[in-house]
Design a protein around this ligand. Structure first.
Ligand SMILES: [Zn+2]
Length: 273
C-alpha cells in the first residue's frame, strides 16, 4: 500500500470507530430534568473558593442542583443535594417527592451517581437504597473507611458500606449505558475521586454537568481553585480537561452550584431532550 492509500485507510478506520462515542446518540429516548436540591437564602461570600484571594468579599447566589436522566426505561439520579428538612439550605421538596411528580419511584432509579462525597451532594442518597451507586473510587475509598464525626460523613452510605447495596466505584471514566449517551468523567482534585457528567442529548446536544470541578462562573473563567480542594494540580488539570471537552463538543456547561447556569435547562417538571 502506498502512503496515500495508507492514509486513506487509516482515516477510514478512525471514522469507523469514533462516532459511537463522539456523537453519543442513542436509539433510547434520553431526557435530562433539573431537580431543586436546596438554595442559599442570600448570596454567599465566596472568598474560600479561591486559594489566590481572587474573590475576597465577593458574594454569589449559590444553589444546589440535582438531575434526573431518563434513558429508555432506565432512570439515573445525578447527585442528591442537601438533606430535605428544616435547615436554611434544605430543599423545600424532597427528591422522592419531586420524582413522584414525574411518576418515578425510587425503585425505578437504576443508578444513583454521586459527583463527590461532600454533604451537599449526598444528602438524600439513602432514599435510593436499591439503586446501584456510581461514585469515584478515590471518594468511595474514603467513605468506606470513614469514621462517624470525621470530615466525611459515611452515614448516608450505610446501605452500600454494609454490602446491602450494589456499588460500582469508578477509577476512570464510565460510559454508563454503554452507548456513549451518558458518561461519568474522571475529574479529580476537588476530592480524590471527583467526577463530572456528560449527557449527549439529541436536540440540545452535549450538556456538561460540573459536579464541583468549579462552583460559579467567575471562578470557572479564571481557573480558580477552592482553598479546600484535596489536590491543586489535579484540580487545574481537571478544569483544563473540562474546558477542552466543552469546546470540542460545543457543550452547554452547567455549573451545578451557580443558579445562573442551572437555569439553562428547562424549569422543572419540563426536561431537556
Ligand atoms: Zn458542592
Amino acid at each position: 500500500m502506498n502512503s496515500r492509500m495508507a492514509r486513506i485507510a487509516l482515516a477510514a478506520t478512525v471514522f469507523a470507530v469514533v462516532p459511537a462515542i463522539a456523537i453519543g446518540q442513542t436509539a433510547a429516548p434520553l431526557t435530562l430534568t433539573r431537580l431543586d436540591c436546596g438554595t442559599n437564602a442570600t448570596p454567599s461570600d465566596v472568598s474560600r473558593f479561591s486559594d489566590t484571594y481572587a474573590f475576597n468579599g465577593v458574594k454569589v447566589q449559590l444553589a444546589y442542583s440535582c438531575y434526573l436522566i431518563r434513558h429508555g426505561d432506565d432512570y439515573m439520579v445525578w447527585d442528591t443535594g442537601n438533606p430535605a428538612g428544616t435547615a436554611a439550605t434544605s430543599p423545600k421538596t424532597s427528591l422522592v417527592d419531586l420524582l413522584a411528580q414525574l411518576k418515578v419511584t425510587p425503585a425505578q432509579v437504576k443508578y444513583v451517581g454521586i459527583s463527590h462525597y461532600h454533604g451537599d451532594h449526598v444528602g438524600q442518597v439513602s432514599a435510593f437504597p436499591t439503586s446501584t451507586l456510581l461514585i469515584g473510587k478515590g471518594d468511595w475509598d474514603v467513605i468506606a473507611d470513614a469514621k462517624a464525626g470525621g470530615p466525611v460523613n459515611p452515614a448516608p452510605f450505610a446501605k452500600w458500606i454494609s454490602g446491602g447495596g450494589k456499588v460500582e466505584p469508578q477509577a476512570v471514566d464510565k460510559d454508563i449505558f454503554g452507548d456513549g449517551s451518558v458518561i461519568m468523567l474522571n475529574m479529580p482534585g476537588h476530592t480524590p475521586g471527583h467526577h463530572s457528567l456528560l449527557v449527549n442529548l439529541k436536540e440540545m446536544g452535549a450538556v456538561l454537568i460540573s459536579g464541583d470541578v468549579t462552583h460559579f462562573r467567575e471562578n470557572y473563567d479564571s481557573n480558580g481553585v477552592p482553598t479546600f480542594n484535596t489536590d491543586r494540580a489535579a484540580s487545574l488539570a481537571s478544569i483544563d480537561r473540562f474546558k477542552k471537552i466543552a469546546a470540542s463538543l460545543k457543550a452547554t456547561v452547567i455549573i451545578q452550584h451557580d443558579a445562573r447556569d442551572v437555569s439553562k435547562l428547562p424549569a422543572f417538571p419540563a426536561s431537556a431532550k
